[in-house]
Design a protein around this ligand. Structure first.
Ligand code: G1P
Length: 294
């Protein structure tokens, strides 16, 4: 079984639900407590053993490359002032040389198209997809849980979770078959999936929440460029196309997801991450309580 070494992070989305905040700042660089959202997701990938991150970017997102590079003036300034703690925080997310690649998705043709843009960089090996606006708070991390499942059963793993009542039509929804041994009954074979089902037609209440382990054969299906829900090239449709060729499993992961593409999700993530930071929890709780009392 080949190790999962690479992850694709599609970051080109317009961030429509969080405009105007995402007008000049890529939505994945919006802040979650002590660092940009994207830095939390990269940390999750590193903890899962990812060695190479492929970002699929769009116009106006150069700040993402800059974030993962030295800022010499800033660092020299902090160094000269002896601000060593802040300097360490600024450098904490830097990659090692060659650990990251950036590919431009030149047209907003959908998630499937974004992933397809990474085909040459991924080559012939299994890979992870991480949707960075879904911040998945878990220990071990959501991607680590997916890789543990992959190491147990192989094939493709799609991380899922229950959709809030009445919201399944906003997501990709899976249809489930047999339960695999272990994983507390949370790993099941998949028999189907549908992107943005019409309300009332969902095959289950479990939605595709933002972490995947995929076999490279999915690129063959993506190459057709077939349009699906919303007129976009959908990753869900390409996976469905591969269902007969490779096994697919849905893993209901153990953790909490914050949809940070939405202002309320971003707010909840900020409060949650501040409250669980041992260096700040007491002050953060007092700050939140002051706001609630006012
Ligand atoms: C994408 C996927 C969908 C998944 C969702 C999770 O949809 O296509 O299957 O459930 O992310 O956020 P999008 O949010 O791009 O509409």
């Amino acid at each position: 079984m080949k190790k999962v070494r690479k992850a694709v992070l599609p970051v080109a989305g317009l961030g429509t639900r969080i405009l105007p905040a995402a007008k000049t700042t890529p939505k994945n660089l919006l802040n979650v407590w002590d660092r940009p959202l994207l830095a939390h997701v990269v940390a999750e990938g590193r903890a899962a053993g990812i060695e190479h991150f492929v970002f699929i970017t769009g116009r106006g997102q150069g700040a993402i490359e800059d974030y993962f590079d030295h800022a010499y003036e800033l660092e020299a300034n902090l160094e000269a002032k002896g601000r060593t703690e802040i300097l360490a925080a600024v450098r904490a997310d830097l990659p090692s040389s060659g650990e990251m690649s950036f590919v431009r998705q030149m047209a907003p043709l959908g998630l499937g198209h974004a992933v397809w843009c990474a085909r040459d960089l991924i080559g012939d090996e299994p890979f992870a997809v991480m949707l960075p606006d879904m911040l998945m708070d878990a220990e071990p991390g959501a991607l680590s849980q997916a890789i543990a499942a992959y190491e147990a059963v192989g094939g493709n793993i799609v991380v899922v979770e229950p959709a809030p009542p009445g919201e399944a039509h906003k997501y990709g929804i899976v249809a489930l078959g047999e339960t695999s041994p272990g994983f507390d009954g949370r790993l099941k074979s998949m028999t189907g999936m549908v992107e943005k089902p019409a309300p009332g037609t969902e095959p289950s209440n479990l939605f595709i929440s933002g972490r995947y382990i995929l076999q490279p054969g999915v690129f063959d299906s993506l190459a057709s460029g077939k349009r699906g829900a919303g007129g976009e090239i959908q990753l869900t449709d390409a996976m469905l196309d591969r269902l007969g060729a490779d096994p697919f499993y849905a893993l209901e992961y153990d953790g909490v997801t914050y949809d940070c593409g939405d202002p309320l999700g971003l707010l909840r993530a900020n409060v949650a991450y501040a409250l669980r930071d041992p260096a700040a929890a007491d002050r953060a709780r007092a700050a939140v309580e002051t706001v609630l009392r006012a």
